[in-house]
Design a protein around this ligand. Structure first.
Ligand code: HEM
Length: 149
């Protein structure tokens, strides 16, 4: 197995870690926000682990960008355009939003305000990531929604 194949599998499988953590973090933050709950150590840890998982996915993706044959085709082709530009830019925006949401949760705000920041920023990132994965399946028929089959 080449480095490319190993990274491709890692990046493909790691999506589930990022998505599950992101969904959990958004649910926790939303219930904290709506229920006027305090911002606990558990909340802080979950948000931090979610941030780290997204950053790690970003690093896998960044290396793949240079190794993958999918980023070396003409822009006029919808599939290559997806891999060259759309995937990277949407995922980059999502990771930046997660980073901002986590940073905002550290500021000297009340618990509810921290939950609100995480709900909005992590929630937006989740929507963008899911949209990018749907776009991937449309642009590149060799990829599947769930990464297998
Ligand atoms: C949270 C962020 C990200 C998620 C959830 C994500 C998700 C995915 C998924 C599901 C695939 C398809 C894997 C497969 O089944 O074959 C993929 C492929 C790919 N991703 Fe990402 N990605 C993210 C960020 C990035 C970033 C930031 C870059 C580049 C800087 C990137 C570059 C690539 C490349 C080049 C491929 C194609 C690999 C190949 O098949 O040759 N990804 N990504």
């Amino acid at each position: 197995m080449s480095i490319y194949e190993i990274l491709k599998s890692a990046h493909s499988g790691w999506r589930y870690i990022v998505l599950v953590l992101l969904v959990l973090a958004v649910i926790n933050a939303l219930t904290g926000w709506m229920g006027n709950k305090s911002y606990t150590e558990g909340n802080r840890k979950l948000n931090l682990i979610t941030l780290i998982s997204a950053h790690l996915q970003f690093v896998f993706g960044l290396v793949l960008y240079f190794l993958s044959p999918l980023t070396k085709g003409p822009m006029g082709d919808a599939m290559y355009r997806y891999w060259k530009v759309e995937h990277v830019s949407m995922m980059l925006i999502a990771v930046v939003l997660i980073t901002i949401g986590n940073a905002k949760s550290k500021k000297g705000l009340a618990g509810t305000a921290k939950h609100k920041s995480v709900t909005i920023f992590f929630g937006l990132a989740l929507v963008i990531i899911v949209a990018a994965i749907f776009m991937m399946v449309k642009a590149d028929p060799s990829k599947t929604l769930l990464g297998f089959g």
